[in-house]
Write a protein that binds this ligand. Structure first.
Ligand code: UD1
Length: 424
């Protein structure tokens, strides 16, 4: 039997959703906290499976972790080196932040190759090149990565492509190495800026926050600190699209407006009925979309690739033809086959998603194959006529805190169910 999400669609939603802490920031804050070799307290950590997997990795390194409500207390005073060969490493791609942390601390590292959602080619060459610029040596043997950090030195890293993960890994290694390191063409996602603020609170010296050039004076003594995780801008975007598709009035609380500006610009173009209230509340109302648009996914502050899939569902029911150019991932399209089976009319050529709007979607059994793809099918199920069964609950649980509970609170007809697909 498989746990699935069962949705009866076309119900008018109404109410308030509280946004949880950022997944993509907390998956960096947690490994980075080890550098303090002290007690670090982080608030607003969502209870998602990525967090539990990271806690499992911390515990194998003899780090003491307490997780009460949404506060994580990480005591790494007794941290010990271990080869990172556990399955928890394979469950999320962001486990690679342990590479830079442990390589800097212990000057060596052995790790199994990493996991995460299957989004086509997801190489780590930029991470490796950055480590090499800082004196590390790297080889792959028998599906494991070996890093030698016996000759680490400060350096000058110029990324030839913008990467969130590689920027973070470069920062986490550079702050541990004496001397000045310059990182150019760094990603400028809010999660990177916040991580840098956290590291500065721990005693690191980093200049250029929020810009594409970071200057790090490494080798400073780091210490424990307390930090608040920011709201998850992708969760905000997902609920904003749910609101625009299905809600009489949806109030989304705990929003940082600047972090979702690219989505709001799009809402303006599409004439979505929304407003910002009390600075941190986004109110969205169901809106009929009468025209098509062209959207390009791009590194921040561009439109996030993580919202491409929910946006595809949203645009599938309207009166125009839209194009989303997916410029970040070569294979973030698994949701489209499912949407087409639900009655959408979407073609993919190269990395262009061409969405011919249809009148309505119809409920069906569909399968999410990755985190945001599964969320986009939940949105499609809420929009569709009849019952939709969404498989791939484990992906939703990686990144959305209590999605079903939050949707039920705003009167969605959604529940967990058990289905036997006769596959095992
Ligand atoms: C992060 C986010 C993810 C988001 C993505 C892009 C986290 C935990 N995840 O992922 O939700 O979708 O940013 O905004 O923060 N690339 C290379 N070589 C590398 C690394 C990346 O070619 O060594 C490519 C990737 O294949 C992709 C592009 O660079 O085409 C951007 O990827 P990157 O910014 O690194 O994504 P992640 O950090 O993995």
């Amino acid at each position: 039997m498989e746990e699935v999400i069962r949705i009866k669609g076309q119900k008018l939603l109404n109410g308030t959703v509280q946004i949880s802490g950022s997944k993509n920031l907390c998956v960096a804050l947690i490994p980075a906290s080890i550098l303090a070799r002290d007690v670090v307290v982080i608030h607003n950590i969502p209870p998602i499976s990525d967090v539990y997997n990271l806690i499992e990795i911390l515990e194998t390194l003899d780090i003491c972790v307490q997780y009460h409500k949404d506060t994580l207390i990480i005591d790494s005073s007794n941290v010990k080196y271990r080869d990172l060969d556990m399955t928890a490493m394979e469950r999320l791609r962001a486990s690679y932040y342990f590479y830079s942390v442990l390589l800097g601390m212990y000057k060596k590292l052995e790790a199994k190759s990493i996991g995460g959602c299957r989004l086509g080619e997801r190489p780590i060459d930029l991470h490796i090149k950055a480590f090499e610029q800082l004196g590390a040596k790297f080889e792959i043997k028998n599906n494991s990565y070996y890093f030698d950090g016996s000759n680490l030195h400060s350096g000058h890293i110029v990324f030839d492509k913008i990467s969130v993960g590689a920027t973070i890994n470069a920062v986490l290694l550079a702050i541990q190495i004496k001397g000045k390191t310059i990182i150019e063409n760094a990603a400028i996602e809010p999660e990177i800026t916040e991580l840098n603020k956290f590291l500065i609170k721990m005693g690191a010296s980093i200049e250029g926050l929020g810009t594409s050039t970071l200057i790090i004076r490494g080798g400073k003594d780091l210490h424990g600190t307390e930090f608040y995780n920011i709201p998850d801008r992708i969760e905000v975007g997902t609920y904003a699209l749910i609101g625009a598709a299905t809600a009489k009035e949806l109030t989304i609380k705990n929003v940082i407006k600047e972090h979702i500006q690219s989505l709001l610009d799009l809402f303006d173009l599409l004439e979505v009925n929304y407003e910002i209230q009390n600075k941190s509340e986004l109110i969205v109302r169901k809106s009929t979309i009468k025209k098509g648009i062209i959207v390009l996914t791009a590194p921040y502050p561009g439109f996030p690739t993580d919202l491409q899939q929910p946006l595809t569902s949203f645009l599938s029911v309207n009166e125009g033809t839209s194009v989303i150019i997916e410029s970040i991932y070569t294979n973030r399209f698994a949701h489209i086959k499912e949407l087409n089976e639900m009655g959408a009319n979407i073609n993919v050529t190269n990395m262009n998603i061409i969405i011919h709007g249809v009148k309505e979607l119809k409920g069906l059994v569909v399968s999410g194959k990755d985190l945001r793809g599964a969320a986009s099918l939940v949105l499609a199920g809420l929009m569709a006529k009849g019952e939709t069964v969404v498989r791939g609950l484990e992906y939703i649980n990686r990144g959305y805190e209590n999605m079903i509970k939050k949707l039920r609170k705003i009167h969605a007809n959604i529940e967990l169910g058990l289905e036997d697909f006769g596959e095992n």
